[in-house]
Design a binder for this molecule. Structure first.
Ligand code: BF8
Ligand code: SF4
Length: 657
């Protein structure tokens, strides 16, 4: 085993690690307190250069085999695997893991829906029967004259196929624009069922199975599509049905949402059922009284990461920060309990929580963390878990010893733009439609649409790439749709207000001012990227912008990605027809055959393609060039020159934000 680099404690300016002022202040305090975070560990652990290039394989015990990225075709693995096979298999395993995460989550939400529908669970209910009917109709279920229960049970049965079906096409394939679906059929990549696709991808990436990078890439696409149009889309739709479809709501983000005088509870993770039940617990009069008896003014519930983004979008629950702020926020000393469920929960939280006597609870049977007490969340008796967390948090409040230091920074903004609402907002009350969006794209007021999504990552300056990229895009009249940690980055930067329209180019600004919307629309958690897919298919169906998603003047980006889920999302956007640019790093060696396939070849086959650059300005340039290329192909090229945001303009923009 090689020795890991450590101990090189060069002084690093915290302002270089993050542009989030609150996080920076807490990182400084952590330094004073001698507390370590992922930012420190990233500085002390150089990313493994071989893994970064995906030039190694540990799929069997004849290896692990290590190839040379400077001479990628100079040697092969012990079994003879070439660099393209090795990289494609590694990529496939990331896609499989990402798809598994979203599908396992979606399946859990669907199981809850079944229990609610058949009357076995009365702690939750169908909150949005309209959405239930819409979704049912979209997969061909009769709704006229039928009871909610009948429709719901049929919908359950139909959507279960998303996961368990072994032959055929997943139900939401029906939502895919015809020409896009045709391309998928031609290449044999319409997903059958997520379990089947993930299983097959795991099989094909095993030693000695699929050893052609092109064929492997097909299964990567099929599996990824079983996420975007499968597990993720089901999660979004079912959660809307159970908890409400988001409509614009004014809400606060950033660490200033913590309150020194109240019992602070953070929910961090991905499953909104835990959060919804916690919302009930913190409003329980006896628990509120207990908090008051302990000297608190009340109980303050806030979210982080993706379930936080969902609650922000659905109910306007304050959001305390994105992925790279989860350790930093504990440094405030003000968090009485943080309860986590699944995904993107850093193990490092345990130590930081310990340092500040904060309770860190795991709640989900799929995620225990050594050193963190576990209070299991059972959706048939949800309050047993959530009430206990509140009681523990109140105890911690009573016994607060260390000084509290909450950065007093809050940013208000408007969140909660479901694709249904975009339809309504742009179309007016009586004739919801995508016509105005399409018209504004055709007449050039809006140049195109970009999805900017994904994580934050300590290998780059937190939030900076997101914010700079989005500013460049809107300045160039590109409407930006967002989810996940990226949405929170821009919300903290102040771009979620209608007033931020002044940062947009003249065309986009005009549209925003007419409608009263911000130039950046937040759609929720990472599984809610499926809302962007639905919006894209609506744009195709509306007409005037081509026949497939690949024809649309749109692009996507995950500028600070870190998770395997992000790779899976990227692949399903690419397979759906979207040019998708990633920042930070990309696990591939340039100028190899596999690289050429992902970054060029897929587009020639009628899909989207991948792009990569860590630089936000370059990223904007690449995305805008692609949007312009698509406009030209549609005959909409009477467009404008790209506006370069110079330093003076940038200063003006940050002053305005
Ligand atoms: O699913 S954006 S860091 S929290 S992976 Fe994770 Fe990335 Fe955040 Fe949500 Ni998405
Ligand atoms: Fe090496 Fe092949 Fe085994 Fe991978 S599968 S570790 S390349 S021998």
């Amino acid at each position: 085993m090689e020795k890991e680099e450590s101990g090189s404690k060069k002084p690093v300016n915290i302002k270089d690690l993050t542009i989030c002022e609150a996080t920076a202040r807490m990182l400084e305090k952590a330094r004073r307190d001698g507390v370590e975070t992922a930012f420190d560990r990233a500085l002390n652990m150089k990313a493994c250069p071989i893994g970064a290039d995906s030039a190694c394989c540990k799929h069997c015990a004849m290896g692990p085999c290590r190839l040379n990225s400077r001479d990628p075709y100079g040697k092969v693995g012990v079994c003879g695997a070439t660099i393209d096979t090795i990289m494609a298999r590694n990529f496939g395993r990331m896609v499989a893991a990402g798809a598994a995460c979203h599908n396992d989550h979606g399946m859990a939400m669907l199981a809850l829906f079944r229990e609610v529908a058949n009357g076995n669970n009365e702690d939750y209910k169908i909150k949005d029967p309209h959405k239930l009917e819409d979704v049912a109709r979209s997969v061909g279920i009769e709704v006229e004259g039928r009871s909610i229960k009948e429709i719901a049970l049929d919908l359950y049965k139909e959507l279960e196929r998303t996961y368990t079906q072994v032959e055929g096409e997943i139900p939401f394939a029906k939502r895919v624009p015809e020409k896009t679906l045709e391309t998928w059929r031609k290449h044999g990549i319409v997903p059958r069922g997520a379990m089947r696709e993930i299983m097959e991808l795991m099989n094909r990436t095993h030693m000695g199975v699929d050893q052609h990078y092109e064929n492997l890439t097909k299964q990567c696409s099929r599996t990824a599509l079983a996420d975007g149009w499968g597990g993720s889309m089901v999660a979004t739709e079912i959660c809307d049905i159970l908890f409400g479809t988001p409509t614009p709501v004014s809400a606060e983000v950033n660490m200033g949402v913590l309150k020194e005088s109240e019992v602070n509870i953070i929910i961090h993770g991905h499953e909104p059922n835990l959060f919804e039940s916690m919302l009930v617990s913190v409003n329980e009069p006896s628990l509120v009284q207990a908090a008051k008896d302990a000297g608190a003014k009340g109980i303050n519930l806030v979210g982080m990461c993706c379930s936080g983004a969902e609650m922000l979008s659905r109910h306007g629950i304050p959001h305390a920060g994105n992925f790279m702020s989860t350790e930093a926020i504990l440094v405030t000393g003000a968090v009485d309990a943080m309860a986590v469920d699944i995904q993107c929960i850093k193990q490092g939280l345990v130590k930081v929580a310990e340092c500040y006597n904060t309770y860190l609870f795991t709640t989900n049977p799929r995620c225990h963390i050594e050193g963190a007490p576990h209070i299991e969340f059972n959706e048939h008796d949800p309050r047993a878990c959530t009430d206990e967390i509140v009681i523990k948090a109140i105890t911690r409040f009573k016994n607060r010893k260390a000084p509290i230091d909450i950065p007093n920074i809050k940013n208000i903004g408007i969140h909660g733009f479901s694709h249904e609402y975009i339809n309504y907002m742009l179309g007016g009350t009586f004739r919801g439609s995508y016509t105005p969006l399409n018209d504004n794209i055709i007449n050039g007021r809006i140049r195109g649409v970009a999805g900017v999504v994904g994580c934050t990552n300590p290998r780059v300056r937190q939030d900076w790439v997101h914010v700079e990229l989005v500013k460049e895009l809107i300045k160039n009249d590109v409407l930006v749709l967002q989810t996940g940690c990226s949405q929170i980055a821009l919300a903290k930067a102040g771009l979620y207000t209608p007033e931020a329209a002044c940062l947009a180019g003249p065309g986009l600004r005009e549209v925003c001012e007419t409608v009263g919307m911000p130039p950046v629309l937040g759609m929720g958690s990472c599984v809610d990227n499926s809302r962007i897919l639905v919006a894209a298919s609506q744009m195709v169906k509306e007409g005037g912008l081509g026949n497939s998603i690949a024809d649309l003047p749109v692009a996507g980006a995950a500028p600070e990605w870190m998770s395997e889920k992000a790779i899976c999302i990227g692949q399903y956007f690419v397979a759906s027809g979207v040019y998708t640019v990633f920042g930070v790093t990309f696990p591939i060696i340039e100028n190899t055959k596999f690289h050429k396939l992902l970054f060029e070849g897929l587009e020639q086959q009628g899909f989207g393609k991948w792009g990569f650059t860590p630089d936000p300005y370059e990223m904007a340039k690449m995305m805008i060039a692609h949007i312009d290329k698509k406009r030209k192909a549609l005959g909409l090229d009477k467009g404008k020159e790209r506006v370069l945001v110079d330093m003076a303009a940038r200063r003006e923009m940050s002053a305005a934000a």
